[in-house]
Design a protein around this ligand. Sequence first.
Ligand code: HEM
Length: 243
Amino acid sequence: MLAWGRPASEEESNAARMDAARRLTEYFVGIIADRRGGSADSADVTTSIVNSEVELDGVTRQMTDQELGNLFHLLAIAGLHTTQGSLAWGLAYLADRPEQRQRLLDEPTLLPSVIEEVLRIEAAVSPGRKAMRDTELGGAPVRAGDQLLCILAGANRDEREFASATDLLVDRVPNRHLSFGAGPHRCIGSHLARVELAIAFGELNRRIPDYRLDPDGSVVSHGSQTRGVIRMPILFTPETVSH
Ligand code: HEM
């Protein structure tokens, strides 16, 4: 157990991650064993997934325990740091831009476009890809087998698509950002994420209209392909808080 206030060492963070992953895996092993042998038409989505057949490499079969474990693991964690990170980046941007924030308070109907703009300007995820064939991207040669890190925030700041791309514009429409990816692996949780962000942003701005980042408290973010924050202290005047 860490003493509050002392940052974890890299070894401690890795050990905590491994332990959490192991416990999550154990949980899913139990769930899969429990649901095996049920009906693929079950109203219980988990039972239905466990007993459905999929076509993989030309063979129709049920998924192995390992494949199902990976699937459930991804489903469980994919919506955590992503949504939390987007919420944190949104607060940080709006804290720095009182005039944009005031517009949101004056015109609550702007909330959906604020959320799209926050998603655009600080894309939470940088997915990895492996090139299947030789090609060229933006003039750079890519060879079959190359590993790529797709910085979606970069695509989202392409001036050919977004005017004043580095500015946060709460009324930006259209906003064809790529923060949820594209193609067959496009985020399956994007609708849920938008609902969560709308509730959290809407309530935070309504109830704590004068928050600002604490100048003495540094923001600590996760250095990984998913950019959430560990810590982001804010200050506000208790008298201005409404319930
Ligand atoms: C702001 C919040 C979120 C962002 C920015 C985000 C972003 C992304 C991106 C960029 C991908 C594509 C990854 C790739 O192409 O390799 C993805 C995939 C995925 N997301 Fe999200 N996501 C968010 C929230 C959620 C939520 C709330 C859930 C579910 C509870 C979720 C579940 C998934 C899953 C399961 C995939 C994998 C889909 C597949 O491989 O077919 N995400 N997400």
